[in-house]
Design a protein around this ligand. Structure first.
Ligand SMILES: N#Cc1c(-c2ccc3cc[nH]c3c2)n[nH]c1N
Length: 247
């Protein structure tokens, strides 16, 4: 997967040299490039923002630098390797909620292009013009407001990269983790069996694999019902059997 990130704070992405994302870059699974938006400014002050039409607080990111950046990173003509246009992702508090399902969808793309806004956001015409030639999604992490899009890109990129083949050492982890099947994961334990008067549930030490699976399913349902009833409501009816409903 190719990933391009455009930001006025490229140094925000230094963490992407670390850990499993760093390994994915080193082995070619992830081809990541971070670009400074000011590369596409031409004035001595390298200006990227201006006052908002209609008045109001703060500044808005100018369209011209963004237009040139997207032209450069998402050229219309196909490259010799048949390079297709990227999917443009623009973090925004007004975006569609980012979910694990969206992470899976993005993990299937060949080229992602992230536009990191700052100030009050990016001039809307940048997104409108980009949408005339590539798929554009405004994406939100949740109902709170950040200083800019960089943190959101780090989150989205981690959620997507861990789904790429070979990135997670134990791909089985993807099967039982939270949101893998629309539920929260069950509690996890490791040695010692007794710690500060707290015991590991006996069933987990029983070797009864069927009983362990049932316990984990029950705990997952109970935890989800208690913390995220919205996820229970969103489950397809056929995914809950009679025993589940009794849990
Ligand atoms: N994604 C996301 C966001 C943001 C966000 C994204 C971009 C900019 C640009 C200026 N301010 C921003 C806030 N706030 N809260 C979220 N869930």
């Amino acid at each position: 997967m190719r990933v391009d990130i455009v930001s006025i704070f490229p140094e925000y992405f230094a963490p992407l040299d670390l850990s499993l994302i760093g390994k994915a870059r080193a082995n070619g699974t992830l081809r990541l490039a971070v670009h400074d938006l000011r590369t596409w400014t031409h004035d001595v002050h390298r200006t990227v923002d201006d006052t908002p039409y209609g008045g109001g607080p703060g500044m808005v990111m100018r369209p011209e630098p963004w237009g040139e950046a997207l032209d450069a990173l998402a050229p219309d003509e196909l490259s010799p390797d048949g390079h297709t246009l990227p999917r443009l992702l623009v973090p925004s508090p007004a975006g569609d909620r980012f979910t694990q399902a969206m992470a899976h969808e993005l993990a299937a793309e060949s080229h992602l292009l992230f536009a990191c806004g700052r100030y009050e956001g990016i001039d809307q015409r940048v997104l409108d013009h980009a949408a005339t030639r590539m798929r554009v999604n405004e994406v939100s992490l949740g109902d709170y407001v950040l200083f800019g899009g960089e943190v959101a890109v780090l989150v989205i990129l981690e959620a997507v990269t861990r789904l790429l083949p070979g990135v997670l050492g134990n791909a089985g982890s993807l099967e039982e983790e939270s949101h893998a099947h629309g539920l929260l994961e069950a509690p996890m334990y490791t040695k010692p069996a007794s710690w500060r008067g707290h015991e590991v549930p006996e069933v987990l030490r029983s070797g009864d694999h069927g009983g362990i699976a049932r316990w984990r399913r029950d705990e997952s349902l109970l935890r989800t019902a208690a913390r995220r009833p919205d996820l229970i409501a969103a489950l397809p009816p056929e995914s809950l059997d009679k025993r589940d409903r009794a849990a």
